[in-house]
Design a protein around this ligand. Sequence first.
Ligand code: NAD
Length: 437
Amino acid sequence: MRISVIGCGYLGAVHAACMAKLGHEVVGIDVDERKVNELSAARAPFYEPGLEDLLREVQESGRLSFTTEVSAAAGSTVHFICVGTPQKKGENGADMTYVDAAVSALIPHLLPGDVVVGKSTVPVGTATRLAALIRESEPEAHLLWNPEFLREGHAVSDTLHPDRFVYGVADGSEDHKAVELLDDVYAASLASGTPRVVTDLPTSELVKTAANSFLATKISFINAMAEVCEAAGADVSLLADAVGMDDRIGRKFLNAGIGFGGGCLPKDIRAFMARAGELGADQALTFLREVDAINMRRRTRVVELTRDLCGGSLMGQKITVLGAAFKPESDDVRDSPALSIAAQLQLQGAVVTVTDPKALENASRRFPELHYETLTDLALRGADALLLLTEWNEYCRLDPYESATLVSALRILDGRNVLDPSKWRAAGWTYRGLGRP
Ligand code: NAD
């Protein structure tokens, strides 16, 4: 099938490459010329495990190309909308200008029978509005909403082997030509047993925001428990292990730490609250305000703990922050809690060095005032305190004895509760975790 993918960022570039891998003929379209040039040369414009190999493999097959020209979408039957929906500046709601611009640019190139498939995370009601817009100019084209659930760091396998497909259709009926076409696109995954749920348009949009709200709530729940554990002298990691053994609850997403960040959860729960407000259902989501507040409080808490760890003052203390990305196996620093903590420490007088295996370029663009160091050993040299804030494997595996030979003072704050406290203490370190005695 001929497919266009509009918006080639973390979601779209992976989607385009994976659709070509499934055997389709794909054109990826993005307004960012630099990104298009990189992708055309089979280079991933961001770090995502496996993406560059996949780009090389499918481009050799001739089934994948990239361009800045939206007219290249003409002739494709299925058009995926994968552009960004960031938080509006100074407001909680989602900025819909990119989605609106992408759909408006695509409309003149649609032919009867074409299917526009929305994958971006959007406020409920968007799909119905866009469907009407498309119908006005091409009554024979259809719109489906097919939210994306991929996780950065696992995006290629999540796209090739998703845990479910959700199709939002105008009348909510499976008996629709557009459903048949999307089934053809995803035939390989469907044949291997991936479940597919067909809903009306608003339900499909809400599945995505509800899922992200649940995940955010689970993280803030365990971080709230961490606050209580700190006050009571209890251990939140053991608590999470024991609570998570109940299979109604589960252990995943119950890791207390510095909280969630990235280009999705924070802005998605805020956009959800804003949209619920517009719909007169704001009371239903007031708990998300607390989820957000608990999450942001973790960042302040780490700054306080670091001050404590440094003997009561941050002034002039050399602090090394291990990790800048919002999660390991990604170079994405959007709303990264690690970077936000690093910047707060610097503002309070500390001399901060940040290191990360992949995210330093993005980080230095966002926070040019921080000092960056590529090599972990050099970053550790002379530090008065280490803060492990993104749980990259290499930081989880740091040797406390070797590290001790590099730093000035043996102090470590484990913002992700991934180190073995007894090992670090045995090597002479003052160890602080979050929600652990
Ligand atoms: P991103 O910022 O990495 O990518 C968006 C891309 O769209 C950019 O490359 C930008 O240049 C391009 N773009 C903007 N306007 C355009 C236009 N008019 N025409 C063509 N291209 C245009 O964002 P992302 O992380 O890929 O997220 C995209 C959407 O997917 C968001 O709604 C996000 O919430 C959702 N989503 C993201 C993830 C994730 O893990 N990143 C997972 C699930 C859903």
